[in-house]
Design a protein around this ligand. Structure first.
Ligand code: HEM
Length: 314
């Protein structure tokens, strides 16, 4: 599933707007964009495989948990963007300063207002796992600003890569308005082509004057950032076990970019195969049984089987 496909299928790319420097320079393995991509490959796979993320992709979303996820993102982006503002003129960050295009904390505040109402601020608080992430972002911003690059990379490049798919999945599962209320976080109004923008961002990262030692430290920090994200997912997963709420899936999950069944996504099929076909088959049966039509079909099939067995035994 390529990012480009996600964008066009989700109808995000409209071809208008500012043209980014789209030229594909020949990259060297020592370029920061490459060092980061290679150095976080393993942890990226781990993040993809957290239960919370897998459930999300399948469209199995509990609204209360989704809201808590938005709260965690709000605190995370508020901290990150506060530190980005502090370091916007720092030579190791200035080329990556794109507040209009990227910054998310205002969009997240609007999402929280949509979910919790006008007094949302009195209703939300920073969770334990999020607080550790937030503390690290502040520490980096104040003591070692070059490492902010790793935090910005991990979040913004990730959001631009999968955000449109996640938005569609969430919108359908929670039956949110198609006009985007509650999901503004996923909508980058200042970016018309995520692919072109990511290319620009990578080339800006590659223009930073950094020695190999610093690049290695940036990889370590990006790995840490992924781990903080996974800690937040795991925490949400645990909270989810205590929430008595129906999972808001449609039984047979839908897939935003494909406009249909998520199982058609090659990425999804591969994941399911890797995570154990039997478990998936059980889930599929349970999904079918949750539907009245599925129940009727199952009853018919069962009656036919019983009849056949009776005839055979006579
Ligand atoms: C199931 C969940 C996920 C899926 C399916 C997914 C998918 C993808 C895909 C397809 C790309 C490549 C985009 C491209 O070629 O430009 C990508 C890139 C990226 N993702 Fe994810 N992702 C997931 C979870 C995450 C998470 C949880 C994070 C971090 C919080 C993350 C951070 C990133 C970053 C930083 C990149 C940019 C890699 C680079 O080009 O250097 N992703 N993701």
């Amino acid at each position: 599933m390529s990012a480009e496909k996600m964008e066009t299928a989700a109808g995000v790319y409209d071809g208008a707007g500012p043209a980014y420097e789209g030229k594909e320079d020949a990259l060297s393995p020592e370029d920061l964009s490459e060092v980061l991509a290679a150095g976080t490959k393993e942890v990226h796979e781990k993040a993809e495989n957290t239960q919370f993320v897998k459930d999300f992709l399948r469209g199995r979303i509990r609204k209360e948990l989704f809201k808590l996820g938005a709260v965690a993102l709000y605190y995370t982006y508020t901290a990150m963007e506060e530190e980005i503002e502090r370091n916007k003129d720092h030579p190791h960050f200035a080329p990556l300063y794109f507040p209009t295009e990227l910054h998310r904390h205002e969009a997240l505040a609007r999402d929280l207002e949509y979910f919790y109402g006008p007094d949302w601020q009195s209703q939300v608080s920073c969770s334990q796992a999020t607080q550790l992430y937030v503390d690290r972002i502040h520490q980096v911003g104040q003591e070692d600003p070059v490492l902010l690059v790793a935090h910005a990379y991990t979040r913004y490049m990730g959001d631009l890569s999968g955000g449109q798919v996640l938005r569609k999945v969430a919108q359908r599962a929670m039956k949110l308005p198609s006009t985007g209320e509650g999901l503004e976080f996923y909508q980058f109004d200042g970016i018309h082509s995520a692919k072109a923008f990511k290319q620009l961002y990578r080339s800006r990262m590659n223009e930073l004057v950094l020695d190999m030692e610093t690049k290695k430290r940036l990889v370590e920090e990006a790995v840490k950032a992924f781990q903080f994200n996974m800690e937040v997912f795991d925490e949400l997963e645990v909270i989810g076990q205590t929430i008595q709420e129906d999972v808001l899936d449609a039984g047979m999950p839908v897939h935003g970019a494909m406009g249909g069944d998520v199982s058609k996504c090659p990425y999804y099929s591969a994941k399911m195969a890797a995570s154990g076909g039997t478990a998936y088959a059980c889930q599929l049966v349970m999904a079918v049984l949750r539907h009245p039509t599925g129940q009727v079909l199952f009853a018919t099939w069962f009656a036919a089987l019983a009849g056949l067995a009776a005839w055979y035994l006579m």
